[in-house]
Every structure is written in C-alpha cells, then in structure tokens.
Design a protein around this ligand. Structure first.
Ligand SMILES: Nc1ncnc2c1ncn2[C@@H]1O[C@H](COP(=O)(O)OP(=O)(O)OP(=O)(O)O)[C@@H](O)[C@H]1O
Length: 407
C-alpha cells in the first residue's frame, strides 16, 4: 500500500474578518491558546494501492486541495495521520516550489535536486526536461515572467523526469494549452501502464474517467462516495443535474455561448424538442448535432447513452471511429450517427451529445435529450443481446456446424 490515511482532519483558524483577528488576539493576551476554527476535512479514511489511479472530485471548497496537501506533507493534519510509503511527485499550487527570480533552467536543477536527482543525473536529463516543457527561449528567463501555462509546463516536465512512485496533481490539465494537455495525458497513461500511481484532482469528469479507475467524491470535507470511477462520477453528475434543475436555466446558455465549441442543437430522429422521443424496441435511432466552433477548428462529437438512473450504456465519438464531421457553413459543423435496430430494452434513457476539442481531450458542451423505448420485454438489464438456448431439438445440428443466433 502506498498511501494510508486514518481519521484525517484539518481545521483552519477562523480569521476572515478584522473582528476575528481582534478576538483571537484578546484570547491570546488572556492566556487562552484555543482559537475558533473551521474544520474543512473531517475523519478521512483512505487507502491508495501501488498501481492505482484515483480521481478526487467535488465542488469548489470541498477540501480536495487540502487533502492533497496533507498527503504530500505540505500541510500537517489537525487530527489523524497519513503515511506514504514511496517517493511523491506533487504538482499542487501553480509555481509552488519555483523561485521567481531564477530562470527555468536554474529552477529545473533546483527542483530535480529536491526530488533526489544527483547533479550528474540532472545534467543528463536536462535536455529531455527542457524538450518536454517546450517553452522556447523562456527557459532562460526568470520564472516571474512566465505565463501560468509555462509554469505548469515546467513543473510537469520536472515531475515527469523524476518518475515518482506517487504522482499527485491538482488541476494541472486545466491550465496548459491543448497540445500540452494531450502530452500530459499521454505521459500519465504511459506512467500508469508501467506501474505508476496517480492521485488526480480535476473538475473535468472527462479527464477523471480517462485517467482514473477509482474515484473519491469529497463533499463538505467528508467522503461522500468512493469506488469505481464511472459509478462515482455518475453519482456526482446526477447530483449536479438535480441541483441545476432547481437553478435558473439561462446561466448554462450564457456560459455555453462563450465556449470554444458550443452545441447549437441536437435532434433525435429529426425532432429537437424537450419531450422524450418515443421509439419501439428495435427501431432505428438517428442522432444529429450541430456545433459552433469559435475559431473554425474541427470539433470531435461524442454520443453517450445512459439509462434514466444514469447507468452508462454506450459511448462513442467521431474520433474513436475516425469519422469526419460535415462543415455546414463557416464555423458550423454537423455530426450525425445512426444506430440501426437499437437493441435497448424498454425503459427511459438519456441521449447525450458532447462537443470536444479537435484532439478529443477537452469537453466543452453537452446537450441531453430523453428517449423512451416501448415494447413488451420481460428480459432484464439494458440491452437485448443475441443469444440462443441449446434445446434438445437443435442439439443434433450442433455436431453439423454453427448454430444461428436469434437477435
Ligand atoms: N489557508 C487557509 N486558511 C483558511 N481556510 C482555508 C485555507 N485553505 C483552504 N481553506 C478553506 O478550506 C476549504 C477547502 O479548501 P480546498 O482548497 O481544499 O478546496 P477544493 O476542494 O480544493 O476547492 P477548489 O475546487 O475550489 O480548488 C475551503 O472552504 C477554503 O476556504
């Protein structure tokens, strides 16, 4: 086991207002040491095994960064304890660990030394780290002149070169540009394939699902759910869906218009209204979406089907199938996918179309439509799978060759 946390908690003193500070000072002067505190993490029990990839999700202020800082030793717990049996590579706050006055090159040397690389190793790996960071002549400029993206590039390049036992990253993928994100995702995938362990904080469920097999949902400083990444992210997303239905709907529309890839509309069998589409079991489903691309780049479009209780059924994208989207007018693309003889069992489903960037890495927009499959079926589950019962009457024909399956 790589990480073991027992009853971990963290409190911060309550000193948000001037009056809080004054009260704290008066207490100290009166010889009382205890101060009012807010507990932001309560009784966290956690185990991470070697080779696991764990996503940490939750709303703003849920305590994700605090938990990562406790695990990486940047903060000390107020209660409980955490043990890490291995070398940690942590990408936490932007630029933490870099000296602003020194150049990128000098900072690489200092950070790599802190990670335990010898001066020979640093000299050997420097070109590879500089190549990974790929920030051109800025490598010899002081870090204080860097953009946030450049700082992340430098940080990731150093951590990648040191290949830690446990990689801890906090929203790193959200800062870099698309090509760097892609490079980081590829590096993390390779790192995991070769036995690495990952603890990743991200607000992007796409990245969490792509890189992690397990997930932990932190809510108000306690673990609300943990387990299989799809179960936990689905539970988290449906919690948000329920929450958002009680909020003003205009917000989503306004936000969507500022997006790089914005879904204009989604049609199920040529219908685009809010009412669920009614379909007989075994009929064809056609799903069409139009996407506005702010700078004209070609989007990746993804289709997802889930049962009404959020159980995922199927997901596929134009990128996975190597399918092209159609340019309709400047900046407007259309994607259509047809599912002949849809084998979903009768019930309520949600069809989702997602707009992603050209690389299929970042998800920008989602539109959902309801789908009701009608029909009489006593079978259980989500889909009707082709199958055959081996009955006495067809048994003799088995020796002759293949058996036809019913569908
Ligand atoms: N140094 C600090 N002093 C006081 N309170 C703090 C401090 N750092 C964090 N907090 C509080 O602790 C809570 C958890 O913060 P944390 O940064 O861990 O959340 P998070 O889940 O990472 O949020 P986000 O998604 O916004 O990054 C928040 O309410 C925050 O205001």
């Amino acid at each position: 086991m790589l990480v073991q946390a027992h009853g971990l908690s963290k409190s911060y003193p309550k000193v948000f207002h001037r009056s809080d500070r004054l009260r704290a000072l008066l207490r100290l002067l009166a010889g009382r040491r205890e101060v009012d505190a807010t507990t932001v993490l309560h009784d966290i029990n956690l185990e991470v095994w070697r080779g696991q990839s764990v996503g940490l999700i939750g709303e703003n202020g849920a305590g994700k960064s605090t938990l990562l800082k406790l695990i990486s030793g940047v903060l000390t717990p107020s209660g409980g304890n955490v043990k890490v049996h291995g070398r940690i590579g942590a990408l936490l706050e932007l630029g933490a660990g870099f000296h602003p006055e020194y150049s990128g090159r000098e900072n690489i040397a200092m950070s790599a030394a802190l990670y335990g690389l010898s001066s020979d190793e640093i000299r050997q790996r420097l070109p590879e780290i500089i190549e990974f960071a790929d920030i051109g002549h800025y490598i010899d400029e002081p870090v204080k002149h860097y953009s946030s993206g450049m700082v992340v590039r430098l940080g990731f390049a150093v951590v990648a070169a040191t290949r830690p036992d446990l990689l801890i990253t906090d929203e790193v993928l959200a800062v870099g540009d698309e090509s760097f994100q892609k490079k980081c995702v590829r590096w993390i995938e390779e790192y995991l394939e070769t036995g690495g362990t990952l603890l990743l904080v991200s607000h992007s469920m796409y990245h969490i699902q792509k890189l992690c097999k397990h997930a932990i949902w932190l809510k108000g400083g306690v673990i609300s759910a943990q387990g299989d990444v799809f179960d936990v992210t689905q539970a988290y997303l449906s919690y948000h869906e329920r929450k958002n239905t009680t909020q003003a709907p205009q917000r989503a529309v306004v936000e969507a218009q500022g997006m790089e890839f914005h879904l204009l509309d989604v049609w199920l069998n040529d219908e685009s209204h809010e009412m669920p589409l009614l379909l007989e079991h075994g009929e064809e489903l056609r799903v069409r979406a139009t996407v506005h691309s702010r700078d004209g780049r070609v989007p990746v479009v993804m289709l997802g089907i889930a049962r009404a209780d959020s159980t995922p059924v199927y997901g596929v994208s134009t990128e996975m199938d190597g399918a092209e989207v159609t340019l309709q007018s400047p900046g407007i693309y259309m994607a259509e996918v047809r599912l002949p003889a849809l084998c979903l069992l009768p019930g309520g489903y949600t069809v989702r179309m997602h707009a992603l960037d050209t690389e299929g890495v970042r998800m920008f927009d989602t539109i959902e439509r309801g789908l009701t499959i009608r029909g009489n079926a006593r079978e259980l589950g989500l889909v009707r799978l082709p199958h055959v019962w081996i009955t006495p009457d067809i048994l003799p024909s088995l020796s002759g060759g293949k058996v036809d399956t019913t569908s």
